[in-house]
Design a protein. Structure first.
Lengths: 279, 377
C-alpha cells in the first residue's frame, strides 16, 4: 500500500517540472546550433552541393590524396612515439619519486599549453638553417626542416603529454599488491610489467593513442611553420584545406574538410565507446 | 576429502612432505629487526615454522606482523637478522627467488587473467609448456572445487572463491612455505569460518608449512599448530593454542588471546594483597617475593565461581562477597560483571549453572577462583 503511494508521489512531482526539461534541452540546442552544429553541417552541405561526383573528383585529386596520406603517416608516427614515451615516463614517474620529479611533470605537460605557432617557431629556431642545431646540419646533406621529419617533430611536440596524461593516473591508481604478488610468484620486473601492469593499461594506452592521433591529424599552426607547405611534398590535410581555400577552390578544401571531420568524429566515438566498456 | 584422493589428484604434493625428512624448520626467523624512520616496527623477533606445520602470528594492528610477512616474502628488506627457508638463508635474495607463496589480504588475483591463467602464472613465467601446465592447473582447480570456474575472471568470483584461487595460484609452483596475510578478514563471517576449516584440512593433507598473519584470536586458535603473539614489534610468547591460552606469560597475551581479569596486587608476607586490603594465598609453585613487590592477578572469566551462599566456596581461592552489576546473555553462556569493593570482575557461567542459580543485577554473591596466575606487567 504505502509502497504504491510513495512511488506515485515523485512521479507527480516530476510532472510539475516537466516543462523545465524541454526548455532546458531546447536552450542547449539553440546555443549549439549556430556555434557548433551549423558550421559542421555546412561542411557536409557545401561538400555535396554540386553532387557526389564532383565531391569524389575533388577528393581524389592527387594533391588531396597525398595530403591525407601524409597526415595519416605523420600522425601515426607521432602517436607511436608519444605513446611509447608516455608509457615510459608514466611508469618512471609513478614508481619513483626523485628531486625534480614534480618539475619534470610540468615540463612534460608544457607543450600542449604553448600556442602551436610558438611551438613551430621554437622548432624552427632549433632545426632551421640558422637554428641552434640546424646551422651545423646546414653543412651536411641532412635536412630536418621543410621535410616529413619536421611535420612529425611538430606533431610530437604539440601532442607530447596527451598519452602520458591518460596513462599516468591509471598507473597511479593501480594497486601495488598486484606487482608484489607477481614478484613473489617469481616474475621478473619485465614479466611483471608485461603480464600484469601492461594489460591493466590497455584501455588507457588505446585512449591515449586515439587522443594523440586525433590531435595530430588536425594540427595546423606548428605544421605550417615547419613544413614549408609544399604541395605533394610537405602539405598535410589541414594545410591543403587552407591552401585550397586561399586559392578559391572551395570544393577542393571542402572535400578534405569532410574527411577530417569524419575521422575526428569516428575517433571520439571510439574513445567514448571504450570508456563505457572499461567502466 | 580423503588423503588418498588428494595424493592421486596432486601427486607432486608428496614432495612437500618428502623434500626434507629431517626436523629442520621450513621457515625460521632469527633476531629480525626493522625500523621505518624513527619508528622501530620489529625488535629482535625470532620464531620458526616446522615442516608441515602452521604458525599463526597474532597481534593487533601496528604490532609489526604484516611487516614480518613482507620481510619474509622479500617485499621489504630487514635492518638486521636472518631469514631461512628450508635451511637456506634468503634475506639477500630477491622476492622472486625465495620460492614462497603469499596469499594477500585482497588476494591480488590478476584482474585481466582468467582463473586458469592466474593459477598457471607461476608455471608460465618459469617456462613450463602449455600442456603440462594445463594438467597442473586442472588438478588444482579440482582440488579447490572450482573446475567449472576456470574461464571466469576474478571479478566474477565471490570472496571465498577468490581466496581459493589465490591459494591454488601459490600452490602451483610448489612453494617452500605459504604466507597468509590477513587472508580471511575480507570475508563475511560465515564464509570465513567455513573456509578456514577447509584451508586447515587442505594444509594438513598437503603438509605445506604455513605462516598466518592475523589479529583474530578465533582464527589463530583454529589455524595454528602454534601461535606467536606479537606486540609493538616484540614477540611476547610462542606456544600451542592451549599453552598460550592456559599459561599466558604476559598480561598482554592474557588479555589479547581471550578475555582475562587483571587486578593490581602486591606481595605481603608470602601472600597477595589486592583491592581494599583483601588477601589471597599465592598460587602454588610461585616463589615468594619481597613485601611490596607489585604484581598482577590474572584469571579468565570462566575461572570465576559464583554462589549465593555467604562464606568460602568450593573453589581454590575465596575473594569475598560482591554484587552483580551487569549480566549479558549469549545463549550457551552468560557473562556477568561483579563488583567486589572497588574492582570489577568478569565471570562466565555456562547454561546449566545459570539454571541452577539465576543471577541478575543487584544480587549479592560469594566470589571464588578455581585458579589464577601472577604476572609482571
Amino acid at each position: 500500500m504505502s509502497a504504491v503511494n510513495t512511488s506515485r508521489q515523485p512521479a507527480q512531482a516530476g510532472r510539475r517540472f516537466e516543462v523545465a526539461k524541454p526548455i532546458g534541452i531546447g536552450l542547449v540546442l539553440a546555443a549549439m546550433l549556430p556555434l557548433v552544429i551549423m558550421p559542421l553541417a555546412s561542411i557536409f552541405i557545401f561538400g555535396m552541393s554540386k553532387g557526389p561526383a564532383h565531391f569524389w573528383e575533388a577528393l581524389t585529386a592527387p594533391a588531396a590524396l597525398f595530403s591525407l596520406r601524409l597526415s595519416l603517416i605523420t600522425s601515426s608516427a607521432a602517436t607511436l612515439c608519444n605513446v611509447a614515451f608516455g608509457l615510459l615516463a608514466a611508469y618512471v614517474l609513478s614508481k619513483h619519486e626523485f628531486p625534480g620529479s614534480a618539475a619534470l611533470m610540468i615540463v612534460i605537460s608544457l607543450p600542449t599549453a604553448i600556442p602551436t605557432a610558438v611551438a613551430g617557431f621554437a622548432l624552427l629556431l632549433l632545426w632551421g638553417p640558422y637554428g641552434l642545431l640546424g646551422q651545423y646540419l646546414e653543412q651536411t646533406d641532412f635536412q630536418v626542416m621543410f621535410t616529413t621529419a619536421a611535420i612529425i617533430l611538430a606533431n610530437i611536440f604539440v601532442t607530447f603529454p596527451l598519452a602520458f596524461g591518460v596513462i599516468k593516473p591509471v598507473l597511479d591508481n593501480l594497486d601495488p599488491t598486484f606487482e608484489d604478488a607477481a614478484e613473489t610468484i617469481g616474475a621478473s620486473r619485465w614479466q611483471t610489467f608485461r603480464f600484469v601492469v601492461l594489460p591493466s593499461l590497455r584501455g588507457a594506452i588505446i585512449t591515449g593513442a586515439l587522443l594523440t592521433f586525433a590531435r595530430s591529424v588536425g594540427e595546423f599552426g606548428s605544421t605550417i611553420m615547419v613544413s614549408g607547405n609544399l604541395a605533394m611534398r610537405t602539405q598535410t590535410a589541414p594545410l591543403y584545406i587552407f591552401t585550397k581555400f586561399n586559392e578559391g577552390d572551395i570544393e577542393g578544401a571542402n572535400a578534405i574538410a569532410v574527411v577530417l571531420a569524419v575521422i575526428s568524429f569516428a575517433i571520439f566515438s571510439l574513445i567514448i565507446l571504450l570508456r563505457k566498456r572499461l567502466a | 576429502m580423503a588423503r588418498d584422493t588428494v595424493v592421486t589428484l596432486f601427486p607432486e604434493t608428496q614432495a612437500f612432505a618428502e623434500r626434507d625428512p629431517g626436523a629442520r624448520a621450513a621457515l625460521s626467523v632469527r633476531h629480525l629487526t626493522k625500523s621505518f624512520g624513527a619508528e622501530q616496527v620489529l625488535d629482535n623477533v625470532s620464531f620458526s615454522v616446522a615442516e608441515g606445520e602452521s604458525l599463526v602470528l597474532l597481534g593487533p594492528s601496528g604490532s609489526g606482523k604484516s611487516t614480518t610477512l613482507r620481510l619474509i616474502a622479500g617485499l621489504e628488506a630487514p635492518d638486521g637478522g636472518e631469514i631461512a627457508v628450508r635451511g637456506q638463508r634468503v634475506e639477500q635474495l630477491r622476492a622472486r627467488a625465495r620460492n614462497v607463496g603469499v596469499i594477500f589480504q585482497n588476494y591480488a588475483l590478476f584482474p585481466r587473467m582468467t582463473v586458469a591463467d592466474n593459477i598457471g602464472f607461476g608455471l608460465r613465467i618459469r617456462g613450463q609448456k602449455r600442456q603440462p601446465r594445463a594438467e597442473v592447473v586442472a588438478r588444482l582447480l579440482a582440488l579447490i572445487g572450482l573446475a567449472d570456474q576456470r574461464d571466469k575472471y576474478p571479478g566474477q568470483l565471490s570472496g571465498g572463491q577468490q581466496q581459493r584461487v589465490a591459494i591454488a595460484r601459490a600452490l602451483a609452483y610448489e612453494p617452500d612455505v605459504l604466507l597468509f596475510d590477513e587472508s580471511f578478514s575480507a570475508l563475511d563471517p560465515q564464509t570465513r569460518v567455513g573456509l578456514r576449516r577447509e584451508i586447515r584440512v587442505l594444509l594438513r593433507e598437503l603438509r605445506v608449512p604455513a605462516l598466518f598473519i592475523t589479529h583474530d584470536q578465533d582464527e589463530a586458535m583454529e589455524l595454528g599448530d602454534h601461535i606467536a603473539i606479537l606486540n609493538r614489534g616484540r614477540l611476547e610468547q610462542v606456544g600451542s593454542p592451549a599453552e598460550v591460552y592456559n599459561d599466558p606469560q604476559t598480561v598482554f597475551v592474557a588479555t589479547f588471546l581471550g578475555a582475562a581479569n587483571v587486578l593490581d596486587g602486591q606481595w605481603r608476607r608470602g601472600a597477595i594483597r589486592f583491592g581494599a586490603d583483601r588477601h589471597l594465598p599465592a598460587p602454588g609453585h610461585t616463589p615468594a617475593e619481597a613485601d611490596g613487590t607489585p604484581t598482577k592477578l590474572v584469571f579468565r572469566p570462566e575461572d570465576v565461581v559464583l554462589d549465593s551462599v555467604p562464606g568460602p566456596l568450593d573453589a581454590h581461592y575465596y575473594l569475598g562477597r560482591g554484587e552483580v552489576v551487569e549480566c549479558s546473555f549469549a545463549g550457551a553462556s552468560e557473562t556477568l560483571t561483579v563488583r567486589l569493593g572497588d574492582v570489577a570482575i568478569k565471570a562466565l557461567r555456562i547454561k546449566w549453572d545459570t539454571h541452577r542459580l539465576p543471577l541478575g543485577p543487584g544480587d549479592l554473591v560469594s566470589i571464588g577462583l578455581k585458579t589464577y596466575k601472577l604476572l609482571k606487567e
